[in-house]
Design a protein around this ligand. Structure first.
Ligand SMILES: [Zn+2]
Length: 149
């Protein structure tokens, strides 16, 4: 289904997840490790959790990528590859500082944000690896998201 057709994210049980991840969103379906997460996603159409807000931002980003999951995932994987030098800071750092993830982590607590156009990743794409390294070091030292709006 095209990203623009997905208004409400649905969750299912994940049978295989990488360590350190609580869920993965594939083509608008959220595969979760915990049953409590599945229930909280599916129980209402409202955006009422950080997880739901975060994952809905990813759907709207895919919509911003010519409404194509293919283009979205190609960009996602390419940006992860570009971030590989960050792996020396933490094994999750290349993922965490993908521009799509930067936008989702920056705005996930604003539950209205995902109802609009999610294109701040285009701005975060301009961050250099050096700037990302500074943010990553701060994040893994303080455990607080270092980027504010
Ligand atoms: Zn994410």
């Amino acid at each position: 289904m095209k990203p623009s057709k997905i208004k409400v994210i649905k969750a299912k049980r994940a049978h295989l997840l990488l360590p350190g991840f609580k869920a993965i969103m594939l083509f608008g379906i959220l595969y979760c490790r915990k049953k409590t997460d599945i229930d909280s996603i599916n129980e209402t159409d409202e955006i009422n959790s950080q997880l739901k807000s975060h994952e809905t931002i990813h759907i709207r980003q895919a919509e911003d990528c010519k409404n194509s999951w293919f283009i979205y995932y190609m960009r996602y994987i390419w940006q992860w590859i570009c971030n590989l030098p960050l792996i020396v800071i933490d094994s999750h750092a290349p993922y965490k500082f993908i521009p799509f993830e930067i936008e989702a982590y920056t705005y996930q607590n604003n539950w209205e944000y995902c109802k609009g156009k999610c294109d701040a990743w285009r701005r975060f794409r301009k961050l250099s690896i050096k700037e990302k390294r500074i943010y990553a070091k701060e994040y893994y030292r303080t455990h607080k998201w270092p980027i504010t709006v």
